[in-house]
Design a protein around this ligand. Structure first.
Ligand SMILES: *[C@@H]1O[C@H](CO)[C@@H](O)[C@H](O)[C@H]1NC(C)=O
Ligand SMILES: *[C@@H]1O[C@H](CO)[C@@H](O)[C@H](O)[C@H]1NC(C)=O
Ligand SMILES: *[C@@H]1O[C@H](CO)[C@@H](O)[C@H](O)[C@H]1NC(C)=O
Ligand SMILES: *[C@@H]1O[C@H](CO)[C@@H](O)[C@H](O)[C@H]1NC(C)=O
Ligand SMILES: *[C@@H]1O[C@H](CO)[C@@H](O)[C@H](O)[C@H]1NC(C)=O
Ligand SMILES: [Zn+2]
Length: 949
């Protein structure tokens, strides 16, 4: 799956709802009561036929009776009982699903918006058993049958509205008609919401799917089309070829009036990209990118794509970013469609990245699948690593993804793993709820970053050979993290040495990184004029933060064997030496050194004040002697250490004054991100203007291009991607930091290109002539500085907009209002269970934006407490989205009083604890501590520094 926490304004993803846990429990109990006695005997009889024949024939009881769902409270079921027993497994599923989408010519009103199904599961029974247990959730049963070793079940349920299982997605076509399509989202535990099945990744089986759907629609599934025939006057039956063995979480079906563009890969894989008919032209980029990337992966993995076709679909309603269902990948529209008039550079890159991520899974994840969710990092960390390769291929290297890795995966992982409430990459998962908990940036970004470190350590060729070995050995099967490490080890040449000076043992090296949380801070100190000592300690943002008990005493004591890369001043070479867990490393050098040059390692680095001075001097003298990834590492590490209270803020601020000479995208985006983090901690305190002024002044000195015209004219030229995006980031940051010239420019564009050209009957994406990189900001500034009339116009355009990237521009714009009552109205609108102006998938982004608005940020906690029950009605349906809503609100806290109020609320609100609100408080504590100890100092220091630049 591709989450979206790394992109745009989203910061977090994937947390649990206890509701979820219940599902797998109810599930089991559904199948039990009926099947227990009767099937138990039948199956036992089947296996031990000669013994049990008489017994069997006396039981011709009613197999068809309806099961009555058990009322057993979910919380009383022990975690171990939530796993399926291993004595029965599925060999194949034969599934028929009939959907009743509205708007078509059939007469079955009572079945409107429902589906019914029939599944035949061929079972592999390896020992005498008394019962068969399946996962199922929210399904009504109309019959069960056991024939030989096949189980046949009939069931039905309403199409869901919460973007899980088989759900409805709604859109308005160009004629203004409301249309509905049906689609699935199964990962991690939602297949059971469409079909009773063995819903754990280890139970791989083949799937033969038939979809019965209204005439006028088309069905797509994992397998390539087999037969299509009319059945009854109003329905079509579409059947699909049997899939290879696969896990239930990869199952997908899709029924719609969508259209596609198509191409083929060199090896003959048919590639289709589907969209609403109006967006058909916007699928061309994805077709081209997809084909290129798939061809590249066939070379990279050295294994042919295992299916005859690949479909990709852009969906109007989708919870995550995308989902890698084998042969039928589903996406948010904004992550698959590409319209050059509307999409700025970073959004185009996002499309390429998400495509590259999901296609990487077709091998890593789908062909070879994790045994159990505790190794989720294996799937997601690897796809994260490989998405950068695929995206470089798609963009012909113009997006410079290996560099961007530093600002993206590595950056995010360092932030997520610096708090005590983090978790190890590999961690025990017993319940469905914990599975949801694990789709976070530790799994994705730390997973990818640690794998990148291993790749650099053992060499890229050895790494790739090991990956091929692993995939070949476990194809169409399941594997664990240990299997990957073993495969890498088996292909490792003897001359790759570990910390002991003997052949590297990959498992010994990796375990401390994957099985204990956190990461080290390496500290360099001069011993004398020729030698430098390096030691390690764990990096922690909040020194008093408490780890969960089960993670707080790791076997390795928060120490790691560290491959230490460093660059000696005056030489471009980057050298590597091993640092052992419990020893200091001595580096011989009479010149200053930079640790973790090029950002290959998963650790931060610190120096003595004297050494920092030397580094800052070198950066000011000639920053280009260091790679952009090295420069941005110094910026990130120094600000992070200052925030953690282990470095004086004068260091990072003096360091970034070198940006007067900096043109490059990476250091500029890195600095902007760090400064925004700081400004967030100021909250609504006016002293932050000093920092704003400082950044605007610094940007005014940069030799980087930063003219609106330069960006507007060149943003479609991928060859200038880095220069254009550096300029775009700097300009937009000026606006955000309150630069009046920037605001005036944007408002002028809005008046000329929107107000001057578009009336309220127009769709803004079709009418507005503002260049893509400035659309969002121009709309925002217009609302911010405009009257209620402007707000109403923009809100109207939001509601009628159909292009989802433009829609997000407009949604962000309405949150730029400075009127608190208006902003509260927007939130209440988002909470309406029926008739809301906002799609459920967008609510988290809406709340996140409103939380950063000075007009509302100080009152969000009260909003949460007062409106908790109302929020639960709609917002909580999208689990990962609601988690983001909550953490955005918790991040607005700036005072001990506020934190205390939140703690009291959490204590007496069980649901809030279940949702992990207590774990979100750590960042707020960091902010509060920062305000107590640093706010005054930073303000004064930056004010003085401002006079010198
Ligand atoms: C709808 O179905 C009915 C009966 O099956 C048929 O007579 C009629 O022509 C259909 N209408 C359309 C618009 O297809
Ligand atoms: C089915 O439900 C949709 C959406 O609620 C509604 O617009 C439509 O009129 C319903 N159709 C029938 C035949 O009840
Ligand atoms: C049934 O399960 C056993 C034990 O897991 C396995 O060895 C065998 O290959 C399976 N049979 C089929 C037909 O999948
Ligand atoms: C079962 O069917 C009834 C009637 O069709 C429906 O109202 C109900 O929502 C269904 N329940 C589930 C759990 O699907
Ligand atoms: C819109 O309506 C026209 C005329 O009825 C029709 O030809 C066209 O196909 C419709 N467009 C869509 C997207 O349904
Ligand atoms: Zn993924």
């Amino acid at each position: 799956m591709s989450s979206h926490y790394r992109y745009g304004s989203f910061s977090q993803m994937g947390h649990p709802l206890t509701k979820e846990t219940k599902k797998s429990c109810e599930v089991k109990t559904v199948a039990l009561p009926i099947l227990c006695t009767l099937l138990g005997i039948v199956i036992t009889a089947f296996i031990t036929w000669h013994i049990a024949r008489a017994h069997y024939s006396t039981h011709d009881g009613n197999v068809f009776s309806k099961p009555s769902p058990s009322q057993q409270p979910e919380d009383s079921i022990p975690a171990s009982d939530l796993r399926l027993p291993t004595s029965v497994s599925p060999i194949s599923y034969d599934l028929v699903i009939k959907t009743y989408l509205p708007g078509y010519n059939y007469t079955a009103d009572s079945k409107n918006l429902t589906f019914e199904g029939q599944v035949t599961i061929k079972l592999n029974i390896t020992k005498s058993i008394k019962k068969i247990t399946l996962n199922s959730k929210d399904l009504n049963y109309t019959g069960e049958l056991l024939k030989k070793s096949s189980l046949i079940v009939f069931f039905g349920a309403p199409l869901r509205t919460d973007m899980s299982g088989l759900y409805q997605t709604t859109y308005t076509n160009s004629n203004g008609t409301v249309k509905m399509a049906a689609v699935t989202q199964m990962e991690p535990v939602y297949a059971r919401r469409m079909v009773p099945c063995f819903d754990e990744p280890a139970y791989k089986a083949t799937w033969t799917v038939t979809v019965i759907h209204p005439k006028g629609t088309t069905a797509v599934a994992n397998g390539i089309e087999d037969k299509t025939e009319d059945i009854q006057a109003e329905f079509i039956s579409s059947s699909f070829k049997t899939t290879p063995r696969m896990s239930s979480y990869l199952l997908a079906i899709f029924i719609s009036e969508f259209e596609y563009n198509e191409a083929s890969t060199k090896s003959g894989v048919r590639f289709r990209v589907w969209s609403r008919p109006e967006e058909k032209n916007s699928t061309r980029y994805a077709v081209e990118a997809g084909v290129k990337c798939l061809e590249y992966y066939e070379e990279y993995y050295k294994i042919p794509f295992p299916l005859p076709k690949q479909d990709m679909v852009a969906l109007p309603d989708f919870s995550a970013g995308a989902m890698e269902n084998w042969g039928l990948i589903t996406y948010r529209e904004s992550a698959l469609l590409y319209d050059p008039r509307i999409y700025p550079g970073p959004q185009k890159r996002r499309v390429a990245v998400v495509i590259a991520h999901e296609l990487a899974h077709q091998w890593f994840g789908n062909l070879v699948t994790l045994k159990w969710w505790n190794d989720l990092w294996l799937n997601e960390g690897f796809a994260t690593l490989v998405e950068y390769l695929g995206t470089d291929e798609i963009s012909d290297g113009n997006f410079r993804m290996r560099e961007w890795f530093t600002m993206d995966a590595l950056w995010t992982a360092f932030a997520a793993d610096s708090v005590a409430s983090t978790h190890p990459m590999t961690f025990q998962i017993d319940k469905a709820m914990e599975v949801l908990d694990s789709f976070d940036s530790v799994t994705y970004d730390k997973g990818g970053s640690v794998l990148a470190m291993v790749r650099k350590t053992i060499g890229e060729e050895n790494f790739n050979t090991g990956i091929n070995h692993y995939l070949t050995r476990h194809q169409f099967d399941n594997a664990e993290a240990a299997d990957l490490l073993r495969a890498l080890g088996e292909k490792l040449p003897d001359d790759v040495l570990g910390p002991e000076g003997t052949k590297l043992n990959i498992t010994d090296f990796m375990d401390p990184w994957t099985k204990q949380l956190g990461y080290p801070l390496l500290k360099a100190k001069k011993i004398n004029n020729t030698h430098i000592s390096v030691t390690q300690e764990r990096f922690k943002l909040l020194q008093t933060g408490k780890e969960e008990e089960k993670y707080s005493h790791p076997k390795w004591g928060f120490k790691w064997d560290v491959p230490v890369w460093y660059q000696v001043a005056g030489s471009p070479a980057i050298e590597m030496k091993w640092m052992k867990k419990n020893e200091e490393l001595i580096i011989k050098s009479d010149k200053p050194i930079i640790l973790n040059a090029e950002s290959n390692g998963f650790y931060r680095t610190g120096y003595t004040d004297e050494m920092w001075k030397e580094i800052i001097f070198m950066m000011k003298e000639n920053h280009e002697q260091f790679l952009p990834q090295t420069r941005v590492r110094l910026i990130d590490d120094s600000f992070a250490q200052a925030r953690a209270g282990v470095l004086n803020y004068s260091v990072p601020f003096q360091l970034i004054t070198y940006l007067k000479n900096e043109k490059d995208y990476l250091p500029w985006t890195g600095t902007i991100a760090k400064i925004r983090e700081l400004i967030d901690m100021y909250g609504t305190d006016p002293e932050k203007d000093v920092v704003n002024k400082f950044m605007i002044a610094l940007a005014s000195k940069t030799p980087a291009k930063r003219e609106v015209e330069f960006v507007s004219k060149n943003y479609l030229d991928d060859k200038q991607f880095y220069d254009v995006n550096a300029a775009q980031s700097i300009i937009l940051n000026d606006c955000l930091m309150g630069d009046s010239v920037c605001a005036t420019n944007m408002i002028k564009m809005f008046n000329e290109e929107v107000i001057g050209k578009c009336d309220s009957n127009r769709i803004l994406s079709e009418c507005s002539q503002i260049p893509a990189p400035f659309r969002g900001e121009a709309y925002c500034q217009a609302v911010k500085h405009g009257d209620s009339d402007v707000f109403e116009k923009v809100f109207h355009w939001y509601k009628t907009e159909r292009n989802q990237v433009e829609k997000i521009n407009l949604m962000n714009a309405i949150t730029c209002s400075r009127d608190i009552i208006t902003l509260k109205k927007l939130m209440l609108d988002a909470m309406k269970p029926v008739g809301s102006s906002f799609r459920l998938q967008d609510c988290a982004a809406l709340f996140a934006k409103i939380c950063t608005n000075d007009a509302t940020s100080d009152s969000m906690l009260n909003f949460l407490i007062e409106r908790w029950n109302e929020m639960m009605i709609r917002l909580a349906d999208d689990h990962s989205g609601f988690h983001r809503v909550l953490s955005s609100i918790v991040n607005t806290l700036k005072t001990r009083g506020g934190l205390e109020q939140l703690k009291q609320f959490t204590t007496k609100t069980e649901k809030a604890v279940e949702l992990g609100v207590d774990k979100m408080q750590e960042t707020a504590e960091v902010t509060i501590a920062w305000r107590e100890t640093n706010l005054k100092f930073v303000t004064k220091f930056v004010d003085d520094l401002l006079k010198t630049i």
